[in-house]
Design a protein around this ligand. Structure first.
Ligand SMILES: NC(=O)c1ccc[n+]([C@@H]2O[C@H](COP(=O)([O-])OP(=O)(O)OC[C@H]3O[C@@H](n4cnc5c(N)ncnc54)[C@H](O)[C@@H]3O)[C@@H](O)[C@H]2O)c1
Length: 360
């Protein structure tokens, strides 16, 4: 399967590794910075012959038109995901789009519409759904082992310092990135909303910019979400940890089960109990990962390649990406208005709605 990667920055090694491990043909890469393309390919483990055969582009429109890959993944700055996805879809290319799917609901809707119009698939890159601990939790939930849900919580407590934000101008801006909720915490919010059955009733959020005055957006976000099924969830996302990344915890409490995932990216099972089998012990399970991105990209790429071959839907759809985006935007809009917001959000909800929020 002919594959192309657009954006050769920090997360790109996870994409190229996933593509290679799934036997995809690395047909082309694209980046404005040629040295990033070369560095990525040199470190990819591909043979010199294969590296020489990879076409290099600085313009993704030309790549889509000339290469016509079956599958491309978009790992550009978040504010560029939608425009690039539109181009890919208009050229009938199946896409894996890094999170967040887009920065506005209107753009997310257009991605979904274009994919249908052109008969191609889009997967939102929420790869943590494939973490072994997350998959075990999901299987228990789908088997009905929790019973009625009481409450859930996600906490993402990481450290991002000034040097991190200074790497690239897009980081921490409302238009192209958002803050810690939209960037670091959106995987956890995706997991939380997925586990709680998706139907969010209302969201009350608070955001702060505590220690990072040089970014536009929040470095701390907290929220309470209520779901139509009666579950209540709390969110805490922060990049204000002094020292190394601390944790990404996901807790789910039901009438007949209680599970807490942890580790730095929900890759560990810290607590596992179900009434139906108190001897079912999974506490202490740990999936080793090289970084907080985890191992999920390879599984997500495998799933997408299979969906393209078999004509099914990917495990994580564009609609799922839109749901995570809407949940984050709901926290932002609630913080802006100082009151809970009801879902669905208005169609014009976007990260840019918060422009100037901390300067007021
Ligand atoms: N799934 C995950 O766990 C995960 C992890 C990290 C980042 N991400 C997401 O991946 C995306 C990229 O993040 P990153 O940290 O790799 O960013 P990055 O800035 O390191 O990489 C982006 C690359 O895009 C290139 N670029 C910018 N504009 C371009 C254009 N118009 N055409 C071609 N190339 C262009 C830049 O030169 C850069 O090399 C973001 O949306 C981020 O949220 C996801």
């Amino acid at each position: 399967m002919k594959y192309a990667l657009i954006g050769c920055g920090r997360v790109a090694p996870s994409h190229i590794k996933a593509a290679i491990e799934n036997g995809l043909e690395i047909a082309a890469v694209c980046d404005l910075d040629a040295s990033r393309m070369e560095r990525l390919l040199e470190n990819s483990g591909l043979s010199a012959e294969k590296i020489a055969a990879v076409r290099r582009f600085t313009d993704y429109t030309a790549l889509f038109r000339e290469v016509r890959p079956t599958l491309a993944s978009i790992a550009l700055p978040s504010g560029l995901h939608a425009a690039c996805a539109f181009e890919g879809l208009k050229n009938d290319v199946n896409l894996i789009v890094e999170k967040p799917l887009a920065m506005s609901l209107a753009d997310a809707d257009e991605i979904i519409r274009l994919a249908k119009e052109h008969g191609v698939l889009v997967s939102a890159c929420h790869q943590n759904r494939f973490n072994k601990a997350v998959q075990a939790l999901r299987a228990a939930l789908e088997a009905g082992r929790f019973g009625r849900l009481s409450n859930a919580a996600i906490t993402v407590r990481w450290d991002r310092d000034e040097a991190y934000y200074a790497q690239d101008a897009w980081r921490g801006t409302w238009e192209n990135d958002g803050g810690t909720l939209m960037n670091q915490c959106i995987h956890g919010i995706d997991l939380l909303c997925w586990m709680c059955g998706y139907e969010i009733e209302s969201v009350y959020g608070q955001i702060r910019r505590q220690f990072h005055p040089y970014i536009q957006a929040e470095d701390l976000g907290t929220a309470v979400m209520t779901f139509k099924n009666g579950a209540v969830a709390t969110v805490e996302g922060t990049v204000n940890v002094c020292g190394p990344d601390m944790e990404e915890h996901l807790t789910l409490l039901g009438e007949h089960g209680a599970v807490k995932l942890g580790g730095t990216s929900a890759n560990t099972i810290e607590h596992w109990y179900f009434d139906d089998d108190p001897n079912d012990q999974k506490d202490g399970f740990h999936e080793p990962t090289r970084n907080v991105y985890g191992n999920g990209h390879t599984s997500l790429f495998a799933d997408m390649a299979q969906a393209i071959r078999d004509g099914g839907q990917p495990y994580v759809t564009a609609e799922d990406g839109r749901r995570a985006l809407e949940a984050v935007l709901a926290i932002y809009l609630s913080a802006k208005h100082g009151a809970p917001v009801k879902l669905p959000l208005p169609a014009d909800a976007a990260g840019t709605n918060l422009e100037g929020f901390f300067d007021a």
